[in-house]
Design a binder for this molecule. Structure first.
Ligand SMILES: Nc1ncnc2c1ncn2[C@@H]1O[C@H](COP(=O)(O)OP(=O)(O)O)[C@@H](O)[C@H]1O
Ligand SMILES: Nc1ncnc2c1ncn2[C@H]1C[C@H](O)[C@@H](COP(=O)(O)OP(=O)(O)O)O1
Ligand SMILES: [Mg+2]
Length: 194
């Protein structure tokens, strides 16, 4: 199954909560036509379906914790296969969140060509998330859960960046700048892939 997608470029988009991953991915879709798969969006769709599994996921996400690896990876894989015939590339947004997730992805799907490391200061991320929380309706965009998500990001996800840095595929993006300035950096990184 997974060999259907072996020729498409895979880009991991990694960064803290509120760093701007989703914002940049939308712009990449517009300019490059890549397929955007956000692990968080896939999980929230499952929650919205009202299924029993969705209820369990909601409880975990509300606490700012990571859902089980197999659940996320299966969702991403299914979504990738569904788009395999039309996709030139995939933006995998919000995954891997821990080194083990990266290792399992490579075993079951393939290796990333690039890791976009969307970097912002923790104060910036908190401010953006609090603002997003005013309209997002997301159960995890509140002060208490934001703090937990940030802690988990530094503990579990930052090591992912070091893991791929040794392979030379990490491009660090300064996400403190206005959206379009951030996107210039993202575009440069993607253009170099060709
Ligand atoms: N470069 C930026 N400057 C200012 N605000 C931004 C920037 N990038 C994103 N935002 C805002 O910050 C919030 C979080 O962005 P989002 O893309 O949802 O981040 P993530 O997917 O990493 O959690 C959103 O409300 C978004 O509009
Ligand atoms: N790869 C992954 N592994 C485990 N849990 C994940 C996950 N991706 C998302 N989740 C769960 C836990 C996260 O706190 C929650 C929201 O994720 P998200 O939408 O990617 O957040 P954000 O875009 O603010 O960084 O969903
Ligand atoms: Mg997001």
């Amino acid at each position: 199954m997974a060999d259907k997608i072996k020729d498409a470029k895979i880009i991991f988009v990694v960064g803290g909560p509120g760093s701007g991953k989703g914002t940049q991915c939308e712009k990449v879709v517009e300019k490059y036509g890549y397929t955007h798969l956000s692990s968080g969006d896939l999980l929230r769709a499952e929650v919205a379906s009202g299924s029993e599994r969705g209820k369990q996921l909601q409880a975990i996400m509300q606490k700012g914790e990571l859902v089980p690896l197999d659940t996320v990876l299966d969702m991403i894989k299914d979504a990738m296969i569904a788009k395999a015939d039309v996709s030139k590339g995939y933006l995998i947004d919000g995954y891997p969140r821990e080194v083990k997730q990266g290792e399992e992805f490579e075993k079951k799907i393939g290796a990333p060509a690039l890791l976009l490391y969307i970097d912002a200061k923790s104060e910036t991320m908190v401010q953006r998330l609090l603002k997003r929380g005013q309209t997002s309706g997301r159960a995890d965009d509140n002060e208490e859960t934001i703090k937990k998500r940030l802690d988990l990001y530094y503990k579990a996800t930052e090591p992912v960046i070091a893991f791929y840095e040794s392979r030379g595929i990490v491009r660090k993006i300064d996400s403190e700048l206005p959206v379009d300035e951030v996107f210039k950096q993202v575009s440069q990184a993607i253009d170099k892939l060709k």
